[in-house]
Write a protein that binds this ligand. Structure first.
Ligand SMILES: C[S@@+](CC[C@H](N)C(=O)[O-])C[C@H]1O[C@@H](n2cnc3c(N)ncnc32)[C@H](O)[C@@H]1O
Length: 304
């Protein structure tokens, strides 16, 4: 493999969009291990070739741009794609999804591949990640069902509250008479240019490896419709987090969190998901962060 289009492995984006037709010289093949063929077929069905292309984009440009660690490449199928796709069983047909903190597209892009019936908004504040996401959406032709928004979850929630009768929103790029301009292909949408038909708040809010449960609930529950659900993909600490943060989640308007296992009998290990139903409007997120000792509005271990 030669890295002909790469400016450096340190994380700066190479110029130009991702290749739509992936070539052997810029994008490494990411073989699907034999023992994962059956689970992958079960979870992706006829969209498995699209999942394979996404695996290559993660392992190629995703690694070169510093969005995913090089040591993840051999684990892309099980630890990332299948782990995320296993969440689909908790999502009813035709649902709207907001994926908070999508990073390189996990789980949002994976769900869009596995479930073309879903309408998905990917929310990612970091510009180079949001640009990568928009380019992936373009390369995989997912634009009909996926919107990439460069914003923080709490900013999006505030802007939707304002749009629903609070403060007037500032004029969009299109001015006072027209609607927002559509984002250019391969570019994320900015908060000031939200499409009029954006399905936010959504039926389901997903998040993986973004923040502890109390902070996550503060950011995500306002992005769910009443009766909608937060599905937080968690690791081994899920039960501890539930025990620690259940009271804060309740004050934020959430139900008692429940730990579920997705993909049982299909993926090993199954995907651990904490599910919270939005039961009512809760107290503002900053209150929850203070009570649990978190930084107000801080980002969990990540750059802004
Ligand atoms: C550790 S990464 C996880 C990325 C991806 N979900 C995954 O599982 O690989 C956390 C992501 O959350 C994003 N993030 C942090 N604070 C956020 C906020 N307030 N709203 C939305 N995204 C946020 C970061 O920019 C980063 O991309």
């Amino acid at each position: 493999m030669t890295n002909r289009s790469v400016s450096g492995p340190g994380g700066e984006s190479p110029p130009g969009p991702l290749p739509v037709h992936v070539g052997q010289d810029t994008v490494p093949a990411v073989p699907l291990p034999a023992e994962l063929v059956e689970p992958a077929r079960t979870l992706f069905a006829d969209r498995l070739p699209l999942a394979a292309t996404y695996a290559e984009l993660l392992a190629g440009p995703g690694v070169l741009r510093g969005l995913i660690g090089p040591r993840e490449t051999p684990r892309i199928w099980d630890r990332h794609l299948l782990n995320c796709a296993a969440v689909a069983e908790f999502i009813p047909t035709g649902s709207s999804i907001v994926d908070v903190g999508s990073g390189a597209g996990l789980p949002g892009i994976v769900l869009a591949i596995a479930r073309p019936d879903l309408t998905i908004t990917l929310v990612e504040p970091l510009a180079r990640r949001a640009v990568f996401l928009a380019e992936v959406v373009d390369a995989l032709d997912l634009g009909e069902t996926v919107t990439v928004l460069r914003a923080r979850a709490e900013e999006l929630a505030a802007s939707r509250r304002e749009g629903a009768g609070g403060r007037r929103r500032r004029p969009t790029r299109a001015g006072r008479t027209g609607g927002p301009l559509p984002a250019a292909p391969g570019a994320p949408v900015e908060l000031a240019d939200l499409p009029a038909d954006l399905r936010v708040p959504a039926d389901i809010v997903t998040a993986r490896a973004v923040a502890p449960l109390d902070r996550l609930a503060g950011w995500c529950l306002p992005l769910a419709v009443p009766g909608g659900r937060l599905l937080a993909l968690k690791g081994a600490s899920a039960a501890d987090e539930v025990a620690e943060h259940a009271e804060v989640v309740r004050r934020l308007g959430g139900s008692a969190p429940v730990v579920r296992q997705g993909g049982r009998g299909v993926v090993d290990p199954p995907t651990t998901v904490v599910e919270v139903v939005r039961e009512r409007a809760g107290r503002p997120a900053a209150t929850a962060s203070r009570t649990s000792g978190g930084r107000r509005g801080g980002t969990p271990g990540g750059p802004r």
